[in-house]
Structures are given as structure tokens and as C-alpha cells.
Design a protein around this ligand. Structure first.
Ligand SMILES: *[C@@H]1O[C@H](CO)[C@@H](O)[C@H](O)[C@H]1NC(C)=O
Length: 362
């Protein structure tokens, strides 16, 4: 009976101890379950138990860096005056409580160290490109980490302020250093130098995609302005024929897109050359008929357009002029005849003698 009673007591004691131990494990608390730490920042993690266990115990912090322990306190602080050890990333770190003959109690903590870049620079081999060339834009990010969480973001802003964003993930840029640590990065963006790229602004930024980081952008470059030189394309006039009539006004204006700004020249039928963008003739004559050629040019090349000008004789005005002339002649003749008669009359009135004489003659 006594043996039986003792064994029941032992079993009950065992259950009691197990119960209290489970209780101790759940009361082992840490100040942070996970913590994002900026490179060089001080860190303090506190581990505590509500009261001292009745038996011997050890409360400790297990870590790659500064492991600490106590056998007399109910609270233990793990600290780093300025965390710079990349080893904390992805390594197990925990607070533990050991009581002899009992299983270990532990609480894990996830520390994530990250570093903002020392600099983010954008550059290109040339500041001015010719249309059709392959532009290479370089983004150099110095001393940023963890590299595996880095994304390089490119922003393109065109002349109409329209933004386009593209991203390069780890693996699509060259990086020096281990992926879990910090290092230097060079990302290259290749763009074909089309005329659409002229006046565009590029910018690159470093993004760290970390769970607890609210603002992933940790650094950004200055904007880089792109200049693309391209040969002119004439927008006006279009080639064709203009039909005019003698005396009409002729206005030919040439304009073109190009960079640098195009210069213009016009050639006219009389083999005349004008270094202007437009031609003006206030009253065209038949010798103005023929081909007019506009050339727009710059360092990249030229474009030209030919306009045919026909000058028709104005038959209507000739007819009007002829009619007018005929009318004038007729009127003049009539006038002369009338005058002669009138002169004769006057003569008669002023000189009755003559009149008489004339009458005699008549
Ligand atoms: C990154 O670049 C800096 C400055 O050029 C250099 O001092 C440093 O050693 C480089 N770091 C790595 C990981 O290559």
C-alpha cells in the first residue's frame, strides 16, 4: 500500500512539475518578436520571467553576437550599441530558460539588419546621343544591403510629364558582396536612342523590399536629362502642286522637326536660293512658275520637299481689259463726233454772218 501510495505521489509530483514548467515557458516573454534594425542603430531586447523559479535556473540570450545569461535575475537585456553584424540576418536568435531536468523553454526573435546606400548615382557614357544609337544608363548604388532584398527602380519622365516605372530585381544587376549582406551594385538600362527619348528624364532609386520597412525607397539618384539629335522631318508644306493666276500672292512656309533646330533653304525656278524658312511673292508672274524646293537641315542630315507652282494667264481680266479698251475707243470716237457738232453749233451761234455764209454754202 505504502509503495503504491508513494508511486502515486511521485506521479502526481511529476504532473505538478510538468504543469509548472509549461507555465514557466508561456511566461517567458521577449520585448520584440521581430525587429528591423538600421545599420549602426543601437538595439535592446529584453527577456523576462514573472518570478524566480523555485529551483536553480539559467535565463539567457542565445545569439551569434553577445550571448548573455543570468542565474539570479528575472529579466535579461541583450544589447548592441550599434548593430553592424550582417550575421544576424537569417540566423536563429532566442531567449531561453533552463531548469535542471526540464526541457528548454525558448522564445525566438528575428532581427533584420538593413543599410541605406551611401550614394545612388546615375550616369551615361554620353550626354548627347544620335538617333539609332544604343544608350546605356548606369545606376551605381554604394554600400546597400541586404543585397537579396534590393530592387533597382528606373523612372522615366517624358516631356509631357508622363511617368513610366520599371524594376530590376536581384540577379538582373551586378553586385559585389554576399546576398545576405551589403555591397555595391551596378545596374544598366539599355534604351534605343529614338527621337522620343529627346528631352526625357531618367532617375534610378534603391528599394529594399523588407516586410517591416514602410518606405522601401532608401535612396534615389539625381535626374539625368537625355538629349537625342535627329535629322529634320518636314511637316509643312507637303509636296504637290499649287495653281495660281497672274497677280496672285504666293506664300510658301517650310517647317520641320529636328534636333538641333533645323535651318532652311528654298530654291525657286529662277535658280535663286534663299536661306529662309518662307518665300513670299506679292504678285506672281509667269516667270515665277516652276519648282520650289525647301530643304531643312542640321548636323544629323536633311529632308526636302518640292512644291510645283503653276501660274495661269488671267483670261477674264484680259477680256475685261480688252472690253474696257474697246469701250474707251468707242467713247472717244463718239465724244469727238459730238464735239465736232457742238463746235459747229457754237460757231453758228457766235458768228451769225458765218452761219449765214455756211447756210449759203449748205
Ligand atoms: C564598395 O565601394 C566602396 C567605394 O568604392 C569600396 O570602398 C567598398 O570596398 C566596396 N564594397 C564592396 C563590397 O565591394
Amino acid at each position: 500500500m505504502t509503495v503504491c501510495g508513494l508511486s502515486v505521489f511521485v506521479v502526481m509530483l511529476g504532473l505538478y512539475v510538468e504543469y509548472t514548467l509549461t507555465d514557466d515557458c508561456s511566461t517567458l516573454t521577449v520585448s520584440h518578436g521581430s525587429l528591423l534594425v538600421e545599420y549602426g542603430e543601437p538595439v535592446e531586447l529584453t527577456c523576462s520571467i514573472p518570478s524566480k523559479p523555485s529551483s536553480q535556473y539559467i535565463l539567457g540570450w542565445e545569439s551569434q553576437i553577445n550571448p548573455v545569461q543570468t542565474d539570479s535575475e528575472t529579466s535579461l537585456v541583450w544589447r548592441s550599441p550599434g548593430l553592424t553584424e550582417w550575421e544576424v540576418n537569417g540566423r536563429e536568435m532566442f531567449c531561453y530558460l533552463t531548469v535542471p531536468n526540464q526541457e528548454l523553454c525558448k522564445q525566438e526573435v528575428h532581427l533584420t539588419l538593413y543599410k541605406r546606400p551611401d550614394s545612388v548615382k546615375i550616369s551615361s557614357e554620353s550626354s548627347v546621343w544620335s538617333e539609332g544609337q544604343r544608350m546605356e544608363l548606369k545606376c551605381e548604388i554604394e554600400n546597400v544591403g541586404p543585397l537579396q532584398n534590393l530592387t533597382v527602380q528606373w523612372t522615366r519622365v517624358d516631356q509631357n510629364k508622363h511617368r513610366t516605372v520599371s524594376e530590376m530585381l536581384y540577379g538582373s544587376f551586378s553586385a559585389s558582396g554576399e546576398e545576405s549582406k551589403s555591397g555595391n551594385v551596378t545596374a544598366t538600362l539599355r534604351v534605343s536612342a529614338s527621337r522620343d527619348e529627346d528631352g526625357v528624364q531618367y532617375q534610378c532609386a534603391a528599394l529594399l523590399k523588407l516586410e517591416q520597412l514602410q518606405q522601401p525607397q532608401v535612396g534615389s539618384s539625381e535626374p539625368l536629362n537625355i538629349t537625342v539629335h535627329y535629322k529634320p522631318t518636314i511637316t509643312q508644306p507637303s509636296s504637290g502642286t499649287i495653281s495660281l493666276t497672274h497677280g496672285d500672292q504666293l506664300v510658301l512656309s517650310c517647317s520641320a522637326h529636328g534636333n538641333p533646330s533645323p535651318q532652311y533653304s528654298w530654291s525657286s525656278p529662277g535658280n535663286m536660293n534663299f536661306r529662309t524658312s518662307s518665300i513670299f511673292i506679292s504678285s506672281v508672274q509667269s516667270e515665277d512658275q516652276g519648282q520650289y524646293n525647301c530643304t531643312a537641315y542640321n548636323v544629323e542630315g536633311s529632308d526636302s520637299v518640292t512644291v510645283m507652282v503653276n501660274v495661269a494667264v488671267n483670261y477674264r481680266s484680259i477680256i475685261i481689259a480688252v472690253c474696257a479698251a474697246v469701250a474707251v475707243v468707242l467713247l472717244a470716237t463718239l465724244f469727238r463726233i459730238c464735239c465736232r457738232r457742238a463746235q459747229t453749233g457754237n460757231y453758228v451761234l457766235k458768228n451769225p454772218t458765218s452761219h449765214r455764209h455756211n447756210s449759203i454754202v449748205a
